[in-house]
Write a protein that binds this ligand. Structure first.
Ligand code: ATP
Length: 286
């Protein structure tokens, strides 16, 4: 499958934080979710891809082209939604349509109008009168109306109610249907990522702990509920992380089926993405 985005060794150093040699790629026709706790480096990664901040090391290729030397060309085909609406409060959606038609060669006024209608957004209302969710939908309409091939969303579902969120997720699935377009989305709403993503990248303290195909990941990993005695019997190569509590321990394990075959009477469940994230954020290595 052709790669739409390739990130290699991407590094950005701040005084108290380093995004540390991040590697991942995103094939055409797929959705990748970036999850991670506050300050893990998700926004930094997205800003580096968009060349909004300077990288210290590494390489970013979008559509096979360097994101710095080919920035103008690449940005024609990228749509971006950040968690806050950055448009002036005094403008109206109709004004944005006129402004963006001067910015993007491919701006499609009819498509913009259709998106405003789809999101029930009034073209002539000042942006300051729109709710947070409506502003988010407006950002999305602006991000989509020039027919980008690559959509980047940073916490874009945060301000939306469950129905609007569900509509947005459907729209993202629709967006990638023709197999030539892709989405990179960061979110704290892990259930949203679990629902739509093909690949999940988990950032923790500036490092990519894993970046894997979601179905394979959920098929492979498991959560074992046991006491210290059983934990000592578990083959060490299967053990990823442990969380100890008053009544025993929970262990994040891999090769779930092999463990089930060897220890059929153990309490072994599938792991959710949220559990996996908690194990890496809060668990111990052994
Ligand atoms: N301009 C800056 N100067 C110094 N440090 C910065 C700067 N921008 C970001 N950081 C630091 O980089 C780290 C990662 O921030 P980033 O915004 O990428 O995290 P995040 O994963 O998006 O977090 P959240 O989920 O809270 O939005 C944080 O520790 C932040 O303080």
């Amino acid at each position: 499958m052709q790669e739409l985005l390739t990130v290699r060794g991407l590094t950005r150093r701040y005084d108290r934080f380093t995004l540390d040699h991040i590697d991942f790629s995103l094939p055409c026709g797929s959705i990748m979710g970036l999850m991670g706790d506050n300050g893990a480096g998700k926004t930094t990664t997205l800003k580096l891809i968009l060349n909004l901040i300077r990288r210290d090391e590494g390489e970013v290729l979008v559509f096979g082209k360097d994101n710095i030397t080919c920035e103008r060309e690449i940005k024609e085909e990228i749509g971006v939604v950040f968690d806050e609406c950055h448009f002036s409060d005094l403008l109206r959606p109709a004004d944005l349509g006129r402004i963006f038609s001067q910015v993007y060669q491919n701006w499609d006024s009819a498509s913009y109008k259709a998106l405003l209608d789809r999101f029930a957004l009034p073209g002539r209302a000042e942006i300051k009168t729109l709710s947070r969710g409506m502003k988010m939908k407006l950002s999305l309409a602006c991000a989509l109306a020039h027919h980008p091939r690559f959509l980047i969303l940073d916490e874009a579902t945060g301000g939306l109610d469950p129905v609007a969120r569900s509509e947005l997720l459907d729209l993202l699935l629709e967006f990638i249907q023709d197999e030539s377009r892709s989405v990179l989305v960061s979110s704290h709403i892990i259930s949203d990522l679990e629902r739509i993503c093909d690949t999940i990248g988990y950032l923790h303290e500036g490092r990519m702990v894993f970046c894997q195909e979601k179905d394979a990941l959920l098929e492979r990993l498991g959560v074992l509920h046991c006491g210290e005695g059983d934990l000592a019997l578990l083959e060490p190569e299967f053990l990823l992380r442990v969380r100890r509590h008053q009544f025993g321990c929970d262990a994040l394990v891999e090769c779930r089926e092999s463990i089930r075959n060897r220890h059929p009477d153990w309490a072994l469940d599938r792991a959710t993405l949220e559990e996996i994230m908690l194990f890496y954020a809060k668990g111990e290595e052994r």
